[in-house]
Design a binder for this molecule. Structure first.
Ligand SMILES: Cc1ncc(COP(=O)(O)O)c(C=O)c1O
Length: 386
């Protein structure tokens, strides 16, 4: 017996990352040595103080009860404190909600505000959750905003048809293009959102993974952002804690409340012991600058980035050195699926740009989430394959 899927499920495109993971697993099961540069999951461990704190907090029986849907008050206070130190932005506890990873919040925010006829501005290419988990699963309509290389992978607000648009997603430092945005652009984005009554969902998951002294801003640093914006953060990339599922959303009180209303009907807060660990992690910041663990982590990533970009250049694929994220967005000079499939056969997994949207075609995303030796080996394999 089979049951018919809901229409919204039928509208979902295949989740490309899951498909790639499946192929990688199959190849590994066959004993094939595949170098996976496809998924944005850091290979580096969380800092030791996180592991120690986790052990301690998990050992406390009091930390195993339900948490509040909005998160523990001390966690929300720690987030507000981190915002003050890191971005000089003032927040009160009610402007913070704990998330089971930022993906969950990005998906659930649309549930609070999107009706079936509403259009949602989604960058193209983009992290697929804005279009799929968020817009389509809430019966909204995806309105793609092209991110073109000639515009620094930023949308052209003047070219956007704003009819029926209720929400917009932006993400800098950007996945998959690794582009960054400065305050001038953020001001334009806030102005555009305010002028057109649009909820601005700003995904800042990679704000801490930056190189060459670049520090990413928060949208909430911009005057007026608190009237229209909610910003999503995650400890996944910053502290190499992808599996621990902890993030947060902050910003305009009404947007945070809407998200909390949805969450209170769907889940409870993240495990209390994980929130305690997150408090410890965020308190490693003493000011705007990255704490020691993060500086070392980013130094390792930066060396890999340099190695990868230089090696790709020698093979004939010139790419810019990204100032942030752990991705290189490479023009593959052709069909991205064909390129990625050929590389899979050569023993290297990269993500075809098409998986991030139509405007991703012609590019592949290469994640430097493997040690240097593996990156060198991967580049040798790419060189031999092409
Ligand atoms: C741009 C972007 N936003 C959000 C996330 C979600 O991260 P998490 O749910 O682990 O916080 C990811 C994960 O890859 C991402 O690339």
């Amino acid at each position: 017996m089979t049951f018919e899927y809901a229409e919204r499920i039928k509208r979902l495109p295949p989740y490309l990352f899951a498909e790639i993971e499946k192929i990688i697993k199959e190849k590994k099961a066959q004993g094939i040595d595949l170098i996976s540069l496809s998924i944005g999951d850091p290979d580096l461990p969380p800092p030791q103080f996180i592991i120690e704190t986790l052990k301690q907090e998990a050992a406390n029986p009091k930390n195993h009860n339900y948490s509040f849907s909005q998160g523990e008050p001390d966690f929300r206070e720690a987030v507000a404190g981190w915002y003050k130190k890191r971005f000089n932005v003032d927040l009160v506890k009610d402007q913070v909600v704990a998330l089971l990873g930022s993906k969950e919040g990005i998906a659930n925010i649309a549930r609070a505000f999107i009706n079936p006829s509403d259009r949602v501005l989604v960058p193209d290419p983009a992290y697929p959750v804005y279009a799929n988990g968020s817009t389509i699963l809430c019966d909204g309509t995806v309105a793609p905003m092209p991110l073109l290389e000639e515009n620094g992978f930023q949308p052209d607000f003047e070219a956007i048809d704003t009819r029926k648009v209720k929400m917009m997603f932006l993400n800098y430092p950007n996945n998959p293009t690794a582009a960054t945005a400065d305050k001038t652009f953020l001001k334009q984005a806030v102005g555009f959102a305010k002028d057109n009554n649009i909820i601005l969902c700003y995904d800042n998951a990679y704000s801490e993974i930056t190189y060459d002294d670049y520090r990413a801003p928060s949208i909430l640093e911009v005057d007026g952002a608190m009237d229209v914006a909610v910003e999503f953060h995650s400890l996944s990339k910053t502290f190499n804690m992808t599996g621990d599922r902890i993030g947060f959303a902050v910003g305009k009180t009404q947007l945070v409340s809407g998200l909390t209303k949805v969450k209170s009907q769907i889940d409870s807060g993240p495990p209390v012991y994980i929130q305690k660990v997150a408090i410890k992690a965020l308190s490693a910041y003493t000011g705007k600058e990255a704490p020691e663990f993060l500086r070392k982590n980013n130094q390792i990533l930066q060396e890999r980035r340099d190695l990868l970009v230089e090696a790709l250049g020698k093979i004939g694929y010139d790419c810019d050195k990204p100032k942030a994220t752990f991705y290189v967005w490479m023009n593959c000079k052709g069909d991205s699926m064909q390129f990625a499939t050929k590389l899979l056969d050569a023993g290297v997994a990269v993500t075809p740009g098409l998986g991030f949207g139509n405007r991703g075609e012609g590019y592949v995303r290469i994640a430097f989430t493997q040690p240097k030796e593996r990156i060198i080996e991967a580049c040798d394999r790419i060189s031999n394959a092409f």
